[in-house]
Write a protein that binds this ligand. Sequence first.
Ligand code: UT7
Length: 328
Amino acid sequence: MKKPSAAITAVHSVVPQKILSNQDLEKMVDTSDEWIVSRTGIKERRIVDNGQTLSDMGSEIVIQICKKRGISPLEVDMVIVGTVTADHRFPSTSNIICDKSGATNAWGFDLSAACSGFIYTLVTGQQFIETEKYKKIIVIGGDVMSSIVSYKDRNTCIIFGDGAGGVLLEPNLEGLGVIDSILKADGSGRDLLIQKYGGSAYPITKENVEHPDAYVYQEGRSVFKFAVTNMADVSAEIMERNNLNGDQVDWLIPHQANLRIIDATANRMGLSKEKVMINIEKYGNTTSGTIPLCIWEWESKLKKGDNIILAAFGGGFTWGSVYLKWAY
Ligand code: UT7
């Protein structure tokens, strides 16, 4: 009997209501709208308010996905959450989302892969579907970056935003869904993009709580060089090994870290601008959230059978690409 592939059958995203614009940031740090737009493409980002948490966004995603698909949360087998800003060190945000959304028959876990969080979770979910033991898996990518960014550091606070998105994965017998993936990691780049304090290596103490290392640190220029090369390389590689040329790819869904990195990846793949999903101007870099936020916003334009390439690069370093065929 034919083995099922893992297909996306529903998508939903949640972003906080509150907008933090470049003009707002001009009042907080020494920066300008002109600098931020020309260097990154970002005009505004969303920031949580009134105690909104990742699990609040994630549980809404589970509820809305189930509604859309006409199923009960009780039918969900697993919830996997890609994030570096879980509600707590433990228990996992997956556990909390399952409780808040009523997905109480599901099990799951959080997965830490920074900006590659969504593609790592997607490929992880795919493996469980392909075992044929699990039929409905929700994979979520989301981050509350405002909880770990210093709004005194202009190198980082202008880039990041909060938001989350998720997709339902189900078995597909038409050859649609995730076809191929390349996932990579190189821990030697860890110091270039890191929240150094707050883990077990350097627990937060009253002496270090105000230190810059208690927040996200990024050596932007070095990370840019790795990101621009690796995201383009891995996207070209997945096209090559699946015999795809630029005309055959319908959509590139890139991680939204920097417009210049996205453009370089699209150029390398031979794709015209209309085929590239870009919403960085509205949401900034939501880390694990960027790719599902794009899928959600472009859902109505996607057609069954569309060839889609996802590509991401992030802290760790982690990076990779996924080739999937849209299933509805
Ligand atoms: O998402 C996961 C992976 N992350 C990425 O892919 C991010 C990769 N890196 C980048 O996107 C870019 O490096 C940044 C957007 C972070 C920075 O852009 P850049 O063109 O690499 O700028 P830079 O860090 O080289 O800084 C250029 C200048 C510096 O001034 P000097 O030394 O030339 O006088 C900075 O001090 O811009 C200054 N600068 C700023 N000026 C105004 C740095 N941040 C700001 C700011 N506003 N917010």
